[in-house]
Design a protein around this ligand. Structure first.
Ligand code: ZN
Length: 238
């Protein structure tokens, strides 16, 4: 193979590695965002369960206050019943006392079923909290890993870039300018644009234009040929 091609291919290999490393670096913030979002969802779930617990606890407290109010009223009616003289007044007070008892019994029943519900919700809360804490630790670790990955990739980019630059000094200046222009068409994250491609059958490996047999022959003879359509350097892979 033509020495220039060998150098350009080596250069291209390094540029591709740099491209892929940069691709990993730019994916880090999105990846972090994704794991943070996961944590946010689990935190929201925990908050929802927590507010159900608090809501139920305040309802239970309210019922306790209602029961104590009813009891106070009942005592008041009982005291009054000792003092009244008239039968119908006494009867009315007895009815009131009976109403208080009914209310108290109903409230107590409600309170029991709320306590049971509270127990269940507290169990759910404990499980959700455990899950959240585990998730939190996992996500913290994932973010740390991403930071490490980012740093490593950046260090690799620097290392390979300096290797690449050293290699480039050995390439003919005119070829290098053309090569750099072709590579510069690359677009992160996925669009690495090759500058040196092999002919496939009789087609340009870059744009698939069919080459004339003469061009194919010249490429086979290691001549420096660029595709007349897309400009890439062509070589023949044996
Ligand atoms: Zn082409």
């Amino acid at each position: 193979m033509n020495d220039n091609y060998a150098l350009l291919l080596e250069l291209q290999d390094k540029d591709l590695r740099i491209f892929n490393l940069k691709k990993q670096v730019i994916s880090v913030p999105t990846e972090k965002e994704r794991v943070r979002h996961e944590l946010q969802i689990s935190e929201d779930q925990l908050e929802t369960v927590k507010s159900s617990v608090m809501d139920l606890e305040s309802k239970i407290k309210q019922i306790e206050m209602d029961i104590s109010d009813e009891n106070e009223q009942k005592i008041k009616f009982q005291q009054q019943s000792v003092e009244v003289r008239k039968n119908d007044e006494y009867k009315a007070l007895m009815n009131e006392i009976e109403r208080c008892d009914k209310n108290i019994a109903a409230a107590e029943d409600k309170q029991i079923s709320m306590w049971e519900e509270l127990e269940k919700i507290k169990e759910i809360f404990a499980a959700t909290e455990k899950e959240f804490e585990a998730g939190h630790a996992r996500i913290e670790a994932a973010i740390k890993d991403l930071d490490v990955r980012e740093k490593n990739c950046q260090a690799q980019v620097e290392k390979i870039t300096s290797e690449r630059d050293a290699l480039a000094t050995g390439v003919n200046a005119e070829l290098l300018t053309h090569y750099n222009r072709l590579i510069a068409r690359s677009k992160l994250p996925d669009g690495f644009s090759k500058a040196v491609v092999s002919i496939r059958n009789t087609n340009c490996g870059g744009c698939f234009l069919t080459m004339t047999p003469q061009v194919v022959n010249r490429v086979k003879k290691d001549e420096l040929i660029n595709c007349e359509n897309c400009g890439v350097f062509l070589y023949y892979e044996t």
